[in-house]
Ligand binder design. Structure first.
Ligand code: ATP
Ligand code: MG
Length: 571
């Protein structure tokens, strides 16, 4: 057993209640093939919560030899945009899933849905209501009190048909009338108290243009779209559980071509993270972040730009599993999945984020050499590369202390350390400016320790990374921390007040090993996250230009999830 597995009802790779249901349905011959769908509303970018739903819907379709549709739930033209549609398609593909020819839109079915609405009216199952939205709310009652019938509830079929057709023809203003199904205003389930299924909205639709000025709402469009597409298992999040009776009611009262069933699972919540499109939109429009794909955003595009591999996100979705009870997952667990994968796959490179110059006094002026560095100690097949070494190098500022405390084992006056893949060096002197700031460290090297080992077997307590000054490529590096400084940033609905003001740190003039730039020329780095030794995982940012390299830190090396699990196991 993997020790870092969370306590969920469905351990990685095992069964969960949804897979159990599908298996039973297949065994009982209720379906030959299963059909699922992922139904995003194109009113924002997809986030890691959607990734859970995508991995579930596309995942079960793959596992059981069925298929999964991508269906845009585009019934609200006031909020939906082409930019979001394009981004959603790109994100689902990037996550590794393919809907093949099964790309659909609720708007593809507007004509059919309209006919079904007339069918309900003709059967006395729906009526046109003139109450305003506020009045409808007042009539709805509460959890403890039944609702009241609308005075328009008993209109004749003819009158309802006439009004509904005139609604469609554009005779009325937004909000003047709605179409409601006639169920039961005293139902214990408020969703069954004559819910609205059509509203007037004089708004141009990205796909249907000006063809319609009435639009079906989610409850009417969703289930019927499932039925048209012959979806077998309509998987959605728990907040739709109370809508299921309406879903089933509509199936029973309409001549739909198939009988899909809705199943609900718990949505993903993550610590230090907001997963609501509306709130993410607010972060973007109020410029708290640089855009939907800001590397601090929990959007798929943000995580991608940050350097998270799609495979790590899929792994995370598998490990958290699917259950019926809401919970909050530690964001550290997602980070753990990313680190675990990158540790196996990421090429190692050397880079110095806060450079301090080191001069090797006994290394010949004007000369340099190439040393062999291993690309990935976890993967022999990754091979090795040559790294230039010369008399002037950069090391990390924090790897030197003039007056080190007891537990500081790195470079200090008179002390010998190893430069990774290179030599042992000993600090002989420091050079300071008039303010007393160190500007340069002087060292000597031992030529007999080439490769980083002493033939006499003597040991050093630290190994430092470094970059040859004359060969270094300069870059901007952006370091990220959680966007919010509370585990539950939305506790009092005050998420904007909990933004972490230190979530982005920009370092200029970092010194990179030149092969990082060669990698870019080979187009290797474009998609690849690399490990800067001792510093973490990094990837090239899209803002890189011909003369400016920009890197993002994906994550540091320290795995807080693994540490939390160790502590848990000790208890
Ligand atoms: P938000 O609440 O962020 O606006 P949404 O549910 O309105 O999200 P949709 O575009 O309607 O966004 O969602 C598409 C699908 O993704 C739905 O089936 C929805 O249940 C699922 N989904 C959305 N958020 C999560 C989440 N946090 N965890 C799991 N599934 C989710
Ligand atoms: Mg929704």
């Amino acid at each position: 057993m993997n020790k870092s597995q969370p306590d969920t009802e469905s351990p990685a790779g095992g069964q969960d209640f949804i897979r159990d249901i599908i298996q039973q349905d297949l065994d009982a011959g209720r379906h030959e093939k299963i059909v699922t769908r992922f139904p995003p509303e194109p009113n924002g970018y997809l986030h890691i919560g959607h990734a859970k739903s995508i991995c579930l819907n596309f995942g079960v379709a793959q596992e059981y030899g069925g298929r999964c549709h991508l269906r845009f739930d585009d019934t609200n033209p006031a909020k939906e945009e082409q930019e979001f549609i394009d981004a959603i398609e790109e994100d689902v593909r990037w996550l590794g899933f393919d809907w093949g020819e099964h790309l659909y839109h609720s708007s593809d079915y507007f004509q059919q849905l309209y006919q079904w609405a007339e069918h309900l009216i003709e059967n006395g199952d729906a009526y046109v209501d003139d109450l305003s939205a506020d009045e409808i709310r007042e009539h709805r009652g509460t959890l403890t009190e039944p609702g009241k019938n609308s005075p328009y509830r008993d209109r004749s079929v003819e009158e309802n048909l006439d009004f509904f057709r005139r609604m469609r023809a554009g005779e009325f203003e937004n909000g003047a009338k709605v179409l409601r199904v006639k169920i039961d205003m005293a139902s214990g389930n408020i969703n069954m108290r004559d819910p609205v299924i059509y509203r007037i909205l004089h708004e141009r639709h990205p796909r249907t243009g000006d063809q319609w000025c009435i639009y079906p709402n989610y409850d009417f469009a969703h289930g019927q779209s499932d039925a048209i597409e012959r979806v077998t298992h309509s998987l959605c999040t728990l907040e739709f559980e109370d809508h299921r009776p309406l879903y089933d009611w509509l199936m029973e009262h309409l001549p739909v071509p198939s009988q899909p069933h809705q199943y609900e699972f718990a949505r993903l919540n993550l610590t230090y993270t907001i997963l609501s499109k509306r709130k993410l939109m607010q972060l973007v429009t109020e410029n708290h972040v640089s855009g939907w794909d800001d590397p601090r955003m929990p959007t798929i595009s943000g995580l991608r730009r940050r350097g998270y591999p799609a495979a790590a996100i899929r792994d995370f979705a598998g490990r958290i599993g699917v259950s019926k009870s809401n919970s909050t997952i530690e964001v550290a667990m997602l980070e753990h999945c990313v680190r675990e994968l990158l540790n196996k796959t990421a090429p190692r490179r050397m880079a110095v984020l806060r450079p301090m110059k080191v001069v090797i006094e006994n290394y010949p002026v004007g000369e340099w050499e190439e040393l062999t560095a291993i690309n990935n100690p976890e993967d022999e097949s990754a091979g090795s590369r040559q790294v230039p070494f010369s008399r002037e190098l950069y090391i990390e500022r924090e790897d030197f202390m003039e007056d080190p405390p007891k537990k500081f084992f790195r470079l200090a006056p008179g002390r010998e350390v190893r430069l990774r893949y290179a030599y042992f060096v000993t600090c002989s002197d420091v050079v300071k400016d008039e303010k007393g700031e160190i500007t340069e460290i002087r060292c000597t090297y031992d030529p007999a320790t080439k490769g980083g080992n002493a033939p006499d077997g003597r040991k050093v307590k630290a190994t430092l990374h470094w970059v040859s000054a004359q060969h270094a490529k300069s870059a901007e590096v952006r370091l990220y921390d959680h966007l919010f400084n509370l585990p539950n940033p939305d506790k009092e609905g005050e998420f904007l007040g909990n933004i972490n003001s230190d979530s982005l740190e920009v370092l200029e003039q970092c010194a990179l090993e030149p092969s990082l730039v060669d990698l870019r020329e080979d187009d290797l780095l474009v998609d690849e996250t690399v490990q800067f030794e001792r510093l973490g995982y990094f990837c090239l940012d899209k803002e890189t230009t011909e003369d400016r390299l920009v890197f993002n830190r994906t994550l540091g090396l320290r795995d807080s999830w693994a540490r939390m699990q160790k502590q848990k196991n000790k208890k």
